[in-house]
Design a protein around this ligand. Structure first.
Ligand code: OGA
Ligand code: NI
Length: 318
């Protein structure tokens, strides 16, 4: 585990996009085509906001277990609020993941047309200021996500604003993750091998080791090691499906730490960028060729697809 080689995923600067959007799009698209992953520095999410969010995340998970469980919605699929330790299981995995998490969704106006598919947020009584912090952070992730999607659109030969209507009022989820210290005899891993369901994932916190991707070229696990403050961005299954696998959703996992880090918690914050629930995931014609015929002749709505996948990972019953 200690010697897992590092993936040669380049670190890109999102600040370069303004100067040369085509070059940034080519670099991001190239990294995705090779690894399904990219590392993005200068992503525009303010560092003081991130620091504050880490402090609040630690305070949240440090609350007494019975207090946290008051924010667990049974039958809610973990869509909002708290999901206890050892609930989620990666598809086809033998052991549950060694993590607990909290989900923040989009705040919708009362009576919004997506209110049926996107549950209202749950906010904890403490730590104080939690709601304001995470509403602000959600908006900052949204902005970074829009910029990345516009680069992806360029790379695919679409209009740079192609994704704007697809993700407007989209069903994105900000996940606060806590992987507690690991006893020496722990069964299972922090997060079993899986693919993300959504369009793209923007992840903060991967400086603490553990994240690995399964390299499609060699079949080897490779460590993902972002420099301090950079975001790890990966393609999810919805974007893979939309692009007929031109942009691949890459299997990844979070392995347990070496003995000297076992006593430490690991915290991370993935922002799962989802389309609007009624967005139709229909293979983009420019990704269909003689060598790569349409793998998904049947389109599916984002909400229909999400439901299928949440059943598979044990978060909702069929
Ligand atoms: C996830 C995930 C990685 C991490 O939550 O889907 O892959 O570093 N997290 O926590
Ligand atoms: Ni993931």
């Amino acid at each position: 585990m200690l010697d897992t080689p590092a993936a040669a995923v380049p670190t890109l600067s999102l600040a370069d996009q303004a100067r040369d959007p085509d070059a940034f799009a080519a670099a991001l698209g190239g990294s995705f085509e090779r690894f399904g992953f990219a590392i993005v520095a200068d992503h525009g999410v303010p560092q003081p906001l991130i620091d504050h969010a880490w402090a609040q995340t630690e305070a949240l998970f440090a609350l007494p277990e019975d207090e946290k469980r008051r924010y667990h919605v049974s039958g809610g699929g973990g869509a909002r609020g708290y999901t206890p330790f050892k609930t989620e299981i990666a598809k086809d995995a033998r052991h549950v993941d060694l993590k607990e998490f909290w989900h923040v969704g989009r705040e919708l106006a009362a009576g919004h047309r997506y209110a049926g598919e996107m549950a209202p947020n749950i906010w904890p009584d403490r730590p104080k200021g939690f709601r304001d912090t995470f509403i602000e952070l959600f908006a900052a992730f949204d902005r970074a996500g829009d910029r990345l999607l516009s680069a992806i659109a360029r790379h695919l030969g679409l209009a740079p604003d192609w994704f704007d209507p697809a993700v407007k009022d989209g069903n994105s989820v900000l996940r606060l993750l806590h992987y507690p210290p690991i006893p020496a005899d722990a069964e299972g891993v922090r997060a079993g091998a899986h693919e993300d369901i959504n369009l793209i994932t923007l992840l903060l916190g991967a400086e603490e080791a553990g994240l690995e991707l399964l390299d499609r070229a060699t079949g080897q696990w490779l460590a993902v090691k972002p420099p301090q403050g950079a975001m790890v961005v990966n393609v999810g299954d919805m974007l893979q499906r939309l692009t007929n696998h031109v942009l691949p959703s890459t299997t990844h996992r979070v392995v347990n730490p070496p003995p000297e880090r076992r006593g430490h918690s690991r915290y991370s914050m993935p922002f799962f960028l989802h389309p609007a629930p009624d967005f139709l995931i229909e293979t983009l014609p420019q990704t269909i060729t003689a060598e790569n015929p349409n793998r998904y002749p049947e389109p599916i709505t984002a909400n229909g697809y999400l439901h299928q996948r949440l059943v598979e990972i044990g978060l909702i019953k069929a």
